[in-house]
Every structure is written in structure tokens, then in C-alpha cells.
Design a protein around this ligand. Sequence first.
Ligand SMILES: Cc1ncc(COP(=O)(O)O)c(C=O)c1O
Length: 387
Amino acid sequence: MHIAARTSHLKESVIREMTRVALGCGAINLSQGFPDYDPPAEVMEAAAAAIRDGLNQYSMSWGLPLLRERLAERYTAMLGRDIDPDRHVVVTCGVTEAIACAFFAILDPGDEVIVLEPAHETYGPAAAMVGASIVPVVLEAPAFRVDGAALEAAVTPRTRAILVNTPHNPTGRVFDAEELDALTELAVRHDLVVVTDEIYDEILYDGRLHRAPGAVEALRERTITIGGLGKTFAMTGWRLGYAISPDALAIPVRSAHDFLTICAPTPLQAAGAAALALPPAYFEQMRAEYHERRALFCTALDDIGMANQWPEGAYYVMADYRAIRDDLDDLAFARWLTTEVGVACVPGRVFYTDGLRGANLVRFAYAKKPQTLLDAAARLRSALERA
Ligand SMILES: Cc1ncc(COP(=O)(O)O)c(C=O)c1O
């Protein structure tokens, strides 16, 4: 039987594979980015109530009106332009689907999209599934800063878009005004669409501010702003994301969503609207808890001698594992740490197109209860003694 080229080269997501390995051997799972605690109780109750109250059929394709209204309100403030819930907003099954919809809307076979690497592993396959490809531009360690010249060098006649993920997974960078200027200049000069992935926009440290590329005047009409509820409200399994598009792109993005999934789960959309209405205290508390988790886990890595940059946003840290073992490559180390030490992590190369990059690095996700992180740190210390 014929297998289409667009999927035949895809392998299982290594991140999700590490979760499977972790489940199989009972390791503490710091590989895939999801919390080991629940969404706020009132939001879970809103989901249960929505099911009991009969919100069990398809919603309008582009999303339940109340959720779109709340998103429109939030993004009118964030982007500094009027976001119309009926025109600009589409609710998707996670950020993953929103990115796929954006790519379906703007990329033809043979087209290219620039991606800053290291990068979340979903972008390449999403491009491949529409017959397009990503062109990586590497953020060089240890600063992981955007370099305008490197961006410029990546542009070809087939470049249609640039994908910007801030706060950034896996480096924890929050791109600053100067870096956004470089991205803006490039997009304007080459008439590119900017597709964003702002799934961590509420998870920021040390008083940093999130800068949405779509709020930059010159990018307003060329940016598809993508975000999600999974990380902010500890509900990654609810699969709620969205895209906010300018007029020229809104209908194609919405059409892609309409024919890919019809709609996101209706009762969970209702509960998502309740989540967005939580008071500021929820967000402040969440950020305070992430500061605690970051301090707890990154201090443990520092003490062990695993060099790492404390993240500016999101909930991942890339660490040099050679303090524990320097005789294994990143794939072998991640597997050994998971099966023999009982702490699952992600090998660094997963985040790069060039498999030689990311050597000596692994990524940990620390969206976990303090006790889980203390247990993981104790296991890492024991690995140090053992090695
Ligand atoms: C940067 C980034 N984008 C997208 C996703 C996936 O988002 P969703 O679960 O909403 O599809 C993740 C999940 O870890 C992520 O880190």
C-alpha cells in the first residue's frame, strides 16, 4: 500500500515516547510538559455542570460564543486593536491544532516557514503535513538570543512565514523588544506572516512582561496570534487552544479548523470561559507557585553541577547532564536516567533539525508539585553518587 510522503517520514514524538517509557517503569515524569495537579476546582465544576446542563453537542465551529467573547476581550487589550469574537477568533483543539490550521491557511506545498531552534517538536511535522517545510534558525547557547543576520540568511523565495514561540520552550527565553524589532523588520521586509505560539504567556518570572508580536503596529495585519488554556490552567488534556487572526487571514484559518475537527469539546469550552473569568489573584498565585518550583528544581540542578540557565518564562529547563555522566549521548542518557534512576527527561537533540545539536543537554519540565520535584532532585543526587 502507498503511504503518503507527508507522513511516512514522521516518527513517534520523542517527548510523548519518554512519557510512555516513564509510565512503563514508574519514573517521575519530568519529560512531557504537563502538571501533576488539577485545574482550579471551580473550573472543573464548570465542566461537570456544562455536561449536566446539556452542553454535549457540537458547538459553533469557531467556538462557543462566551469563550470567544472572553478571548476577544483579553486580546483586544493585549494586541491593542479591536478583536471581534465573530470574525477574528477561532477556538481549536489545542495549540497544536491552531498551528496546523495556520499552516493550512498560509502554506502551499514547497513553501517554507522559519522556525527558531531549539523548538517544540510539533512545528516540523505540522509543516510537513501541508507539504511545506521548516527552515531552522538556531538561537545560539548560552544566551539563546534572536540574531537578525541569521534570520535574514534563512530567507528564500519560498519563505512565507516565521513562527515565533515566546515565552520559549525549551530555553525559557522571553524575547525582548530588540529581538521583536529584528523579527518585525524581517517579516515586513519579506512580506511574511508571523505565526506565534504564546501558550506560556502567563507563566513569567521576575516581573517580566510578555510581548505579543501581534501587538507590534507593523505586524498587526500579518500576525496569527496563537495561545491555549492547557498550561495556564493546568488542563493540557482538555485540548483547548485558539487563533486570533487579522481580517485577511481569519476565514482561511477558520475554514481549516472547520474541516479538520469541526469544533473543540463543547462542555470544556464552557469551562474554559469560566477559567478566563478567574480573578487576577489566580494568575498571581500561579506565578508565585511557578517561582517556587523553578527555585526548587533549578537550585537542585545547580547543586548537582548540571549547568543550566534559569528560565525567564514557561516551565522547562535545559541542563548539561555531563556532571552526572559524560560517557553517554543525550538519547542514551535520557533513557538511562528514566529507566535506571527513575527521572524522565527529554534528550536535547529532539529540539533541533540538526541531530548533532543539543548534545550534552536534556530538558526537564518542572510543572510538578514541590514534593515531586524534591523526590526527583533526590534521585538525581543519588545518580551523581552512583555514576
Ligand atoms: C511551545 C508549545 N507549543 C504547543 C504545545 C502543545 O500545546 P497544546 O497541548 O495546546 O496542543 C506545547 C506543549 O508542551 C508547547 O510547549
